[in-house]
Design a binder for this molecule. Structure first.
Ligand code: H2U
Ligand code: ZN
Length: 347
């Protein structure tokens, strides 16, 4: 038997943020592929679409009219999954039938009045307005008694179930901490208690040393493919300073955050020369009134595509019943993304 190496042999990798494992099967990436790899042609969108419910001046489905906004615009989701009306209460029958009422606020954020642009096609100064708005929203929503967690996210592309190509994101702010950040919170806390530093501070320092999975770096942020990535082209943006939440970000850091968000999504678009779909979101400290020195702000990107603009990865079978699994290693994905031009393919 030869010695174990991660480029050839099946192995499991541990995600220290969630405590979960991913099965990596690099030998399978060498399988011949006879399926499609064609490019898809994209429709050209107008700057303003009279049918779009997010464009300035248009009517929304809920009956309200958008103002003629010229930067970012935020409104309460007309089909909000959460509201503040649910009275406090719950059910617990023998720990087997449990339910709790949940209070929350859901908002939609339009990134720009331009219907035809996406983040990688906007100027950094324009993307910075989005970061400014995220910061304001985190502060405002987080300061409310009922709100203990503010989840900011972006769903991009129809394969991700995004209903509209107009550049936008969402915020769901609620009374409980949802499972994904709650899992991270536990492990960040355990690490901080033991080492007196954040888990991501130490992880990032090691990644910068190794230079195997780094995609883009600027003065305040790094984008990388995490060691434990499950989606083929998954990535993470991590702040160099151990910033706990958006509220602590200064002007320079907000600009750097905008710049790396843009740089990363340019690489993504360049990979298959399409507007690259993903779900992305920011994980940061809960707004429960406690101190959270263990928290370290980061943004996850989970793109569904596997080997072309049309072939997506399915998280099915073993993945639903056992563990997530990937073929191409995180190092190979990082290498592919890193080699792409820095400039957007549309110029
Ligand atoms: P997605 O494209 O990620 O689904 O986000 C669009 C959100 O916009 C969605 O949550 C809301 C939907 O409820 N929406 C409104 O609030 N008003 C509308 O007129 C249409 C869509
Ligand atoms: Zn629009």
């Amino acid at each position: 038997m030869s010695e174990f190496n991660m480029e050839d042999h099946p192995h499991r990798r541990y995600n220290p943020l969630t405590g979960e494992w991913v099965l990596v099967s690099p030998h399978r990436a060498k399988r011949p592929w006879q399926g499609q790899v064609e490019k898809v042609s994209e429709e050209k969108r107008p700057e303003h679409d009279p049918e779009c419910y997010l464009c300035p001046g248009n009517d929304r489905i809920g009956g309200e009219k958008n103002p003629n906004y010229d930067e970012t615009y935020v409104f309460t989701n007309d089909f909000a999954a959460l509201n503040l009306d649910a009275p406090k209460g719950g059910v617990n029958e023998d720990d087997l039938f449990r339910a709790e009422s949940e209070q929350g606020i859901c908002r939609v954020i339009c990134f720009s009045p331009r219907h035809d642009l996406t983040i990688p096609q906007m100027e950094v100064a324009v993307v910075k307005k989005v970061v400014d708005l995220w910061q304001e929203q985190y502060a405002e929503l987080g300061s409310r008694e009922e709100i203990n967690y503010v989840q900011i996210f972006e769903n991009k592309g129809s394969v991700m179930g995004c209903s509209n190509p107009h550049p936008h994101g969402q915020i769901w702010a609620q009374s409980s901490v949802p499972d994904e950040p709650a899992k991270e919170s536990l492990r960040l806390k355990a690490y901080y208690d033991k080492h007196g530093k954040t888990l991501l501070e130490d992880y990032l320092a090691k990644e910068l040393d190794k230079q195997e999975r780094i995609l883009v770096e600027n003065e305040h942020f790094v984008a990388l493919v995490p060691y434990w990535a499950t989606w083929p082209f998954e990535s993470m943006i991590i702040s160099k300073r151990a910033i706990q939440h958006l509220g602590q970000m200064n002007e320079e850091e907000k600009e750097a955050f905008a710049a790396i968000y843009r740089d990363l999504t340019i690489r993504y678009d360049n990979l298959f020369e399409i507007s690259f779909p993903y779900s992305a979101g920011i994980h940061q400290a809960p707004t429960d009134g406690e101190e959270h020195p263990e928290w370290h702000l980061h943004m996850h990107f989970y793109p569904p595509l596997l080997r072309s603009a049309t072939v997506k990865k399915f998280m099915v079978g073993y993945e639903m019943l056992g563990n997530p699994q990937r073929d191409i290693t995180p190092e190979t994905s990082a290498e592919r993304l890193r080699r792409l031009p820095k400039k957007h393919y549309k110029g």
